[in-house]
Design a protein around this ligand. Sequence first.
Ligand code: GLU
Length: 413
Amino acid sequence: MAAFQYFKQNLYKSAQLIGLTEVELKAFETPDRVLRANLTIPLDAGGTATFPAYRVQFNNARGPYKGGIRFHPGADEDEVSALAAMMAVKCAVVGIPLGGAKGGVAVDPKKLSQKEIHELARAYVRAFAEHLGPHIDIPAPDVYTTPEIMAVMLDEYERIVGKSLPAMITGKPLAVGGSAGRDTATADGAVAVLAALLEDRSSDASKLSAAVQGAGNAGAQAARLLQTMGAKVVAFADSKGTLVHEDGLDIGSVLAEKERSGSVLAAARDGAHSAGADAVLTAAADILVPAALEEQITGANAASVKAHTILEIANGPVTPEADDRLQEQGVTVIPDVLANAGGVTVSYFEWVQGHTGERWSHADVEMKLQATMRNAYREVADFARERGVTLRQAAYSLALTRISEAMKVRGRM
Ligand code: GLU
């Protein structure tokens, strides 16, 4: 795992493009603050367990630190730092006034009861409370954390500070000040960007096929939307395997089957068959949508990718080595820092609502999200075309320019 190294490689490519100085580059390579704690929780069976936890506050030049918390066995300082840096980039790409942070607990939440997960959520907030807050650092869900966990974190935080502060965390359930549209925002935003790109190419979605990796919140919604756009979803994978149907799967019934049995593979009938978990990455489809974890498309399998367009809903699913190969193969990669920024965009809307006490309608949120994502795509695509670079280099270049401008006007560099 070399997540931070990957971030630096993306950083260097764009730093050259926009002519960042050594001093400026140094500022982008170094997180503002790395917080660590060991979280000890009581176990249902008696005794206790301890898990390493992190919060990395990368950069707050454009606004308070912002980013999710993941509960995943692979979470460590390197990974959380890379993801924190990517949050700063992401917020700058879509032009929302927030900085970048990320949190993680090295734990397998599938081995914990709901009560133990709640204990862990409260312990996390107790450990880092003085560094969190609506004007300091605002967490949100990420891999294996949910709106319900956000509600528990809010509860613990408000107990500590003794007042109601709903804007201290986003991705909350509607019942405690969550925003309409936040649950589907990541996929909604990603598909809005894809639609804008297809319009640029005068390409008709109903003539395209897609392969989606991940049947969690983002992957499931992406698959639904692709089908609604008229695309054929020919491969759909969860961690157990890939469900394949050359004529296109009926996503609604596959998801209903997954709900019942725990895997998309249970829908393997009527022409749909199952294949290995990695088969989705090299499926014969025009569009590949990695919506699970990082480092899925690597130097080892990039040459076997058949899609001409990759929509990165996960953070970091394509390694830099694979990125170079895909560019040579003529594959367009819509980078994570643009493609999945819809999540934090609606988090921003939720934060604004948390401050003002307003409740925006679903239609309002959706309209604002579409406008934000299409505008960001336009800026990134225009930069890429004018400078003859990839969408990732363009997105990083625009973001770095915006962050360094904020740092300069603040007199930080
Ligand atoms: N965890 C999501 C991401 O990686 C959302 C972050 C947020 O809403 O703050 O973009």
